[in-house]
Design a protein. Structure first.
Length: 495
């Protein structure tokens, strides 16, 4: 393979750096050696299949003036191509393996599901295969499965075997080398690392038999995640709850992701605002909005997964924060503003929060009584504009990104906001609330999908409707590209 030709075909050195999540020296090494390491080969193979898009997207002169509909940049996670054989045991916590599958996929992992017979009492292979998009294996003696994959290949052609939930029974069989079904056979045959997240009744967990099996598994290098303490499904309180999918993902990433110092955003600080702000009117009422924080949180997660140190300043949300970010929880716009200013300097700032523009001039510290009059007036004063403040700050982030939530004239309003707030990009979306009789396609708040327009200086790209996590990934890919170009522009030219 001609390394230089591949680099050219994939849009140049910077494009390849962001694609692989590596620094400039890694690319130089590939050129010197005349080959790519095996770790990145599958990423390159996949990307080469997409080169027409790639080239179009990474040509800075393309689409320089008008609004176009583009396939957004393709991002490949640092974990791209890593396979996880997910063994689901038969316990009530099995349903959490479905959410776990989603979350692992969000980080670029491929999931091959293997379900024990008792797991199928709790969830169906169909739901797992619908989620993972891959065949789910259940039977050790299936001729079709053996012809397609074979249990030994299933066990070997994976980067990790993950058991969730690991029941007392499954742990006992694995600890004693019993291979009487597909799951236990894979556990015996695999040469990949094994992780288990146990979940069971607290008495079963603390039983000496289970503890002996646990010690045996650990002594053989099995990585045990949890279990947590608290209320269990059987109504007893104690140790035995499955660790949250989010924490399991963190353990998997720590094991399978490459050294973070080689990631594209390593050493960069990113500031992200997310969610709504709430502005008190009195001690029981407040002004709020429909923002769920899903898009902002997804961007924070994507930035962190590429090695950035992320400060996520969020208003009141009900979703979990992404792992590996510094979370600052606030309520009001003023608090969000102060937290953002305190977080500077930052290389990247993304203001995704739906900040209340107004707050009550004199919020009461008691409940305002309903009075005899038929109307009342609430005096409002303007809140600080965080994005605009960052735009004029002496420590202005190198790449400043805002959102524009619009109900009409998206492109024009977004361009106007970009200039008015002195930011580099505006991510425009048409918003309509999901309440009442609205049946519009533009339901954004609280939903998992979004349709955005990326507005930069002189360009606007309408992206197709995608999952918010996917949008986040592609935005971060574009950010990496832009930051690399900024660095390249500053580098002295060779004469
Ligand atoms: N924003 C901010 N601080 C505010 C208001 C908005 O940081 N007090 C940021 C948002 O996070 C978003 C961008 O500014 O990135 C645009 O927010 P949006 O609500 O679309 O617009 P506004 O500036 O509030 O203007 P308008 O409500 O008139 O559309």
């Amino acid at each position: 393979m001609d390394v230089q030709k591949v680099i050219d075909q994939l849009g140049g050195r910077h494009a390849l750096q962001s694609l692989l999540g590596v620094g400039p020296s890694a690319i130089s090494n590939y050129i010197t050696r005349g080959c790519f390491p095996r770790r990145v080969q599958s990423i390159i193979d996949t990307a080469l299949q997409d080169t027409p898009h790639h080239n179009q997207l990474h040509n800075p002169n393309a689409n320089s003036t008008s609004s176009t509909t583009l396939t957004p940049p393709r991002i490949i996670h640092p974990t791209h191509g890593k396979r996880i054989a997910l063994i689901i045991g038969g316990g009530i916590a099995a349903y959490k393996a479905l959410e776990l599958t989603r979350r692992l996929q969000d980080h670029g992992f491929h999931i091959t599901g293997i379900m024990t017979k008792s797991a199928q009492q709790f969830i169906t292979p169909l739901s797992l295969s619908a989620l993972s998009g891959e065949k789910v294996y259940t039977d050790l003696f299936s001729l079709t499965d053996e012809a397609e994959m074979g249990h030994i290949r299933l066990a070997r052609e994976t980067d990790l075997v993950l058991v969730v939930p690991a029941t007392a029974n499954l742990m006992a069989r694995a600890a004693n080398g019993i291979a009487d079904d597909l799951a236990s056979t894979i556990l015996l045959a695999t040469t990949a690392p094994v992780m288990m997240a146990p979940a069971m009744n607290p008495a079963m967990w603390s039983h000496p038999a289970t503890q002996d099996n646990l010690a045996r598994l650990q002594s053989r290098g099995v990585h045990i995640i949890g279990p947590d303490s608290g209320d269990t499904a059987c109504g007893e309180d104690g140790e035995g709850r499955l660790t949250s999918p989010q924490d399991i993902v963190a353990h998997v990433r720590a094991r399978l992701e490459p050294d973070r110092s080689s990631l594209a955003l390593s050493g960069k600080h990113a500031l992200v605002t997310s969610g709504p702000t709430i502005e008190p009117i009195d001690s029981v009422r407040f002004i709020a909005n429909h923002s769920s924080g899903k898009q902002g949180h997804a961007i924070a997660a994507a930035l962190a997964s590429h090695g950035a140190t992320v400060t996520l300043v969020n208003g009141p949300v009900t979703i979990d924060p992404p792992t590996g970010v510094k979370l600052v929880s606030v309520e009001t716009a003023q608090e969000m503003h102060d937290a953002c200013m305190a977080a500077l300097p930052a290389d990247i700032a993304v203001c995704a929060a739906a900040v209340a523009d107004w707050r009550a001039q004199a919020p009461k510290n008691h409940k305002i009584k309903k009075q005899a009059a038929d109307s009342m007036t609430l005096n409002l004063v303007k809140n600080p504009d965080i994005l605009a403040a960052l735009g004029t700050h002496e420590q202005r982030p190198t790449l400043l990104v805002g959102f524009a939530a619009e109900t009409e004239n998206l492109e024009a309003n977004a361009q106007q906001k970009r200039i008015a707030k002195n930011c580099d990009w505006i991510i425009g979306n048409l918003v309509a609330v999901s309440s009442g009789t609205n049946t519009s396609d533009n339901l954004v708040f609280g939903h998992d999908k979004n349709t955005i327009m990326l507005v930069r200086d002189g360009t606007s790209e309408a992206w197709p409707k995608m999952r918010k996590t996917e949008i986040a990934d592609k935005l971060v890919a574009a950010m990496i590209m832009t930051l690399n170009e900024t660095v390249a522009d500053k580098e002295p030219a060779n004469v």
